[in-house]
Write a protein that binds this ligand. Structure first.
Ligand SMILES: [Zn+2]
Length: 534
């Protein structure tokens, strides 16, 4: 028997089975029931949220022998052929691979003129429609403007902003949402039940968290976990191993080691993970993600709390308090820079080690210095009493301490402003990797109502300065991120030298000679390549 992936096997076959998108399905069902159909639909949303599944459901609902009906029978020849993807009147096209005007002409425009061969409607489903060329869009536009009565278009996109406004305005738009952890975990449980596997709830929670809102990714990940698991119950350990994720426990311990300046422990933890076959880059990414979540924890972002179980979340709040937000931000920023160094280096592990050693050996600045002794006897006031939490505990309160170099009248907390900006940077990198990458390691400083955007690299500064429109767009994004729509934005480049690696431990101070010297030179220039893992 042919193997069918879980995602295909458990693809929603009815509107009821389509999870987390009731705002879409209710409207579509009503429209089908009342015969008020649009000629073109635009399904927008992140990958794996059910856009194509919904398009096929719509095709079935309209072409079912017992329809049009919001509840297609799934038994008639149309329902079955649509489900199997071989109905002649339902044309699926992937604009990512068929982008040209010729593709659109032959598969759609010429074809749409003729009535359906056997079904009631001819339905064109174009996936990743934003990938069509400008000419292809133009050609398509005429057909979408005046479609033959038997034709319905469903355009799906993960990048709404890349769909031309002329097309958008002729479509009825639906936005598909990412799944919540709870909903996705629930769905995973159903699938496991049907497949005859058992899992600890915490394990499913982890899979759901890794899927980042995508139903498809969740099922693909689950399949990986099932393939990896031996007899018995699937545990969180199985998930960590199967998906190559770092255990929350490891991330907590490593962060503790850095807070406690325990460089030895940090390196041991790193060694342990490398022995398990973890990638240095995955390690760095997991750390960044962990620190990001710690900052959320410090800011009491309740919507993030659902990502972790309550015990873990309280432990993270406590760890965030010990580390202090400024220090976490600094680690995050520099580790993001390290990550891009690691991408182009033959020895990512050495870079990771270097940064961990630096972090562990640093004494935080006075304002970021936590006071561990104060933790126990601290009075049970509602807000966190530590000086490290001063800045963000009450972001809108006036700065209480004259000693702190806070801007005179600006109420935006610097740590918070930077956090908002880092979120925006992540978003921009996802949206436009080419430009977004230049923003890695950048930070914002607000001074006298002026937003200073400090880029980490001269190259990045040049990139935005070269083209006026780039700089304007960037300024717009900064203002939007910080919620300061009218503030002037000043672009700057960091003058700080890049973080200096600590000097290598020198075993002997006498000058090297002869073969020793040659060896030393070789080590200096080739050491990384020799020692580094591929
Ligand atoms: Zn049917």
């Amino acid at each position: 028997m042919a193997y069918i992936s879980l995602y295909r096997k458990y693809r929603a076959q009815t509107f009821d089975e389509l999870m987390g998108q009731s705002h879409v399905t209710v409207t579509l069902r009503n429209a089908i029931q009342q015969g008020r159909l649009a000629h073109a639909y635009l399904f927008c949303g992140p990958r794996g949220t059910g856009k194509t599944s919904t398009a096929r459901l719509l095709a079935k609902a309209l072409n079912c022998e017992r329809g049009p009906t919001p509840n297609p029978c799934n038994e008639c020849r149309f329902c079955r052929s649509i489900q199997a993807g071989n109905c002649v009147d339902v044309v699926e096209m992937d604009a990512a691979s068929e982008t040209s005007i010729e593709d659109v002409r032959t598969s759609i425009i010429e074809n749409a003129k003729y009535p359906p061969m056997e079904a009631r409607y001819k339905i064109y489903i174009i996936d990743e429609v934003h990938d069509l060329s400008a000419k292809a869009f133009d050609a398509l536009l005429k057909t979408i403007e005046e479609p033959p009565p038997h034709v319905i278009f469903v355009l799906a996109t993960t990048e709404f902003h890349r769909v031309p406004p002329t097309i958008r305005s002729r479509c009825q738009r639906f936005d598909f949402h990412r799944g919540t952890i709870a909903d996705i975990a629930k769905r995973l449980q159903q699938v496991l039940d049907a497949e005859g596997f058992r899992a600890e709830p915490a394990a499913l929670h982890l899979v759901a968290r890794a899927a980042d809102g995508s139903w498809r990714d969740a099922l693909t990940a689950l399949e990986q976990v099932i393939a990896f698991s031996e007899e018995g119950v699937i545990t969180p350990q199985t998930v960590y191993h199967a998906l190559g994720m770092l255990e929350d426990e490891t991330l907590m311990q490593l962060t503790d080691a850095l807070i406690d300046h325990d460089a030895g422990k940090a390196l041991n933890l790193l060694d342990g993970q490398m022995l398990l076959g973890r990638e240095p880059r995955v390690f760095a990414e997991s750390l960044i993600q962990h620190w990001r979540m710690l900052i959320q924890a410090a800011l009491h972002a309740q919507d993030r709390a659902g990502l972790y179980d309550p015990t873990q979340w309280s432990a993270m709040i406590e760890q965030a308090r010990r580390a202090g937000v400024p220090r976490l931000l600094s680690w995050w920023e520099r580790m993001a820079g390290a990550l891009s160094e690691m991408r182009s280096s033959g020895s990512p592990r050495a870079i990771l080690e270097l940064y961990l050693l630096m972090f562990a050996s640093e004494t935080p600045t006075a304002s970021a210095q936590p006071t561990p002794q104060a933790a126990a006897p601290s009075p049970p006031t509602p807000t966190t009493p530590q000086s490290t939490m001063r800045n963000h505990a009450a972001p809108h309160a006036p700065a209480p301490e004259p000693a702190a170099p806070t801007p005179p009248s600006e109420a935006v907390d610097p740590a918070y402003a930077n956090q908002l900006w880092q979120q925006k940077v992540e978003e921009l990198i996802r949206r436009s990797p080419a430009g977004g990458e230049h923003l890695r390691g950048s930070r914002v400083v607000i001074e006298d109502g002026v937003i200073r955007l400090i880029l980490a690299r001269q190259l990045a500064y040049a990139y935005f300065k070269q083209v006026a429109r780039r700089e304007q767009n960037l300024a717009h994004e900064v203002r939007a991120a910080l919620g300061m729509p009218n503030a002037p934005v000043r672009l700057e480049c960091s003058n700080e030298p890049p973080p200096q690696p600590p000097p290598p431990p020198v075993a002997e101070s006498r000058p090297l000679e002869g073969e020793e010297l040659v060896n030393a030179i070789n080590e200096t220039f080739n050491g990384y390549e020799v020692e580094g893992e591929s």
